[in-house]
Each structure stands twice: as C-alpha cells, then as structure tokens.
Design a protein around this ligand. Structure first.
Ligand code: BJW
Ligand code: ZN
Length: 244
C-alpha cells in the first residue's frame, strides 16, 4: 500500500478544485510510445525533429508517414487503469479539469469529460495551407498524402513546436491551474512549454503540487510530493485512499 503523507491526504480529501496535467507517460502502459528517451525514437529520428513546421515543409512525406505509423499504433490501444482512475477522480470533485498534452484521445475513450487537449488530436486533420478542417477519409494503412481543395497538403490537427496552442484549451488550462487547490502532474517530462508552466502557476497560486513519474523531472524538486512509479499503478491507489 502506498505511503501517503498526512498533508497530502488532507488536501486530497478536502479539496474541491482539482486539476491534472498528463503527458505521454500516462499512455505508456497502454502501449503508446513516449516522446523522449530511446523508446521515443522512430527510424532514428527524435520527436523534436518531426513535430515541427520546418520538418513538414522540408519533408512532408516523412512527417505524414510518422503520423500514419502512430495512428496505426493508437488504433489498437485501450485506456489503462491510470486513465480510468482519472475518470473516478472527476466524479469525486465538484470542479475538476483534466489538462492533457496527449493527442491519443485515450482520456475521452476512458470516459473523462472535462478535458482540455493542449496539443490537439491525432484523429483530426487540417490543411497546412488554408487551415480548413479536412473531413475526407484518411486511410491510415496507405501512404498517399491527401490534398485540400485549395491544393494545400493535409496535416494532422496537432500542435507542433513554434505553433500556438488552441486558445480555448490554453486559457482554460491556465484558469484551472490558477484556481486549483490540488494539482497533479502525471507522466510528463515537464520540458515542453507552455504546458510545463501549468504546475508552476498552480503552486504559485497556492495549490498543493504532486508529481507522479518514473523518473525525476525539472519539476520534481519544486513539488510538495513526488511519487516514483507507474501512473497506472499509483493513481488507482490514490483513488482508493480518496474514496475509502
Ligand atoms: C511515466 C510512465 C508511467 C513513462 N507512469 N510516468 C518557454 C521556455 C522555453 C521554450 C519555450 C517556452 N515557451 C515556448 C517555448 C518553445 C517550445 C518549447 O517548449 N520548447 C522546449 C522543448 C525548449 N514550445 C512551443 O513551441 C509550443 N508553442 C508555443 O509556445 O507557442 C507560442 C510560441 C510560438 C512561437 C514562438 C514562441 C512561442 C508548442 C509545443 C508543442 C509540442 N508538441 C508536441 C507534439 C504534439 C503532436 C504529436 O503528438 O505529434 O507535443 S512535442 C511532444 O512533447 C508532444 C508532447 O505532448 C510534448 C510533451 O511530452 P511529454 O508528454 O512530457 O512526453 P515525454 O516523452 O517527454 O515524457 C514522458 C514522461 O513520462 C517521462 O518523464 C517518463 O519518465 C514518464 N513515464 N512511463 C508515469 N508508466
Ligand atoms: Zn486548403
């Protein structure tokens, strides 16, 4: 059984405004590769070299192929106990916001409702040229890149480095972070901004900050409480403590 400090248990049970930031680590136990570290490599490319506007301009086919590969992978995966624990957490608190950097849609599939997708959704596409949503069929098993009516290339509707985050999501995320009494940072390397600023904003505004990760991050020393472990194992134990 997880040993939780009294101050954390007290906030866990008394808080009404709670926010959670998730990253690729929460989906790792579902079989979705994370971005950084050895397992994040695809054909020897780092994610940082592929998830950029420059990469798409230079080699759109390569970037499209990477997304097809990830879409194929994601089509076969299911939410894990970490995702489901956050659904239960949402049911418990009056005011709960799930801020995710993930584009895999697994929180929605698990049943979470108040989700802010900071980096978009891999199931959607838009035109690189005119920005219009592309509603045509994309065959994830075949390589040809679709083209918009305007002649522009179709890209996934996700946020690449150097691009602005969706306004509704970023505003909602900062609002939830500012107002939270309890903030969880789960399975993120806390390297990519502005997402990585959310836990800091929360703590600066009085939240109790807890991190769950398999390794320390730039956030760890700043946290009130760090739990080393898999989110799919830790989060269900926190829910058990919360509800019993
Ligand atoms: C487990 C586990 C288990 C494993 N249990 N844990 C301020 C300072 C410095 C730079 C900037 C700044 N503000 C903006 C920037 C620039 C840039 C940035 O942050 N750069 C830094 C990297 C230096 N940010 C941007 O460009 C953003 N846009 C922006 O700021 O717009 C305004 C602007 C415009 C122009 C100029 C300036 C400002 C956009 C960022 C978009 C990021 N996009 C990606 C791709 C999304 C689409 C896709 O999926 O393909 O988002 S990159 C990639 O990183 C993806 C992720 O969401 C994101 C974060 O990664 P995440 O989730 O943390 O994954 P990992 O792999 O890094 O970590 C996994 C963690 O899980 C690890 O810690 C493991 O230990 C752990 N783990 N298994 C628990 N079972
Ligand atoms: Zn177009």
């Amino acid at each position: 059984m997880l040993d939780l400090p009294d101050d954390f248990v007290k906030v866990l049970k008394s808080a009404t405004r709670v926010a959670v930031l998730t990253g690729a680590g929460i989906s790792a136990e579902s079989g979705v590769p994370t971005f950084r570290g050895e397992e994040g490599l695809w054909k020897k490319f780092r994610a940082e070299e592929l998830a950029t506007v420059e990469a798409f301009i230079t080699n759109p086919e390569l970037v499209w192929e990477w997304y097809l590969w990830r879409r194929q992978l994601m089509a076969d995966v299911k939410p894990n106990p970490g995702h489901y624990a956050l659904v239960e957490m949402e049911e418990y608190y009056d005011n709960f916001t799930l801020i995710t950097q993930n584009v895999d849609g697994l929180h929605r599939r698990a049943g979470s409702k108040n989700i802010l997708e900071l980096h978009g959704n891999i199931e959607l596409n838009k035109c690189f040229n005119c920005g219009r949503p592309f509603v045509g069929e994309v065959n994830i098993n075949a390589g040809a890149m679709p083209v918009c009516d305007c002649g522009g290339k179709i890209r996934p509707d996700v946020v690449w480095f150097g691009e602005m985050l969706p306004e509704r999501a970023i505003n909602g995320a900062f609002e939830a972070s500012t107002g939270a009494e309890l903030f969880f940072s789960v399975g993120t390397s806390a390297l990519v901004h502005p997402a990585a600023s959310m836990p800091v904003t929360a703590k600066q505004n009085g939240a109790y900050l807890i991190e769950i990760n398999l390794e320390p991050t730039p956030l760890t020393d700043y946290c009130d409480f760090y739990i080393h472990g898999k989110s799919g194992e830790i989060l269900p134990q926190i829910i058990e403590r919360l509800t019993k």
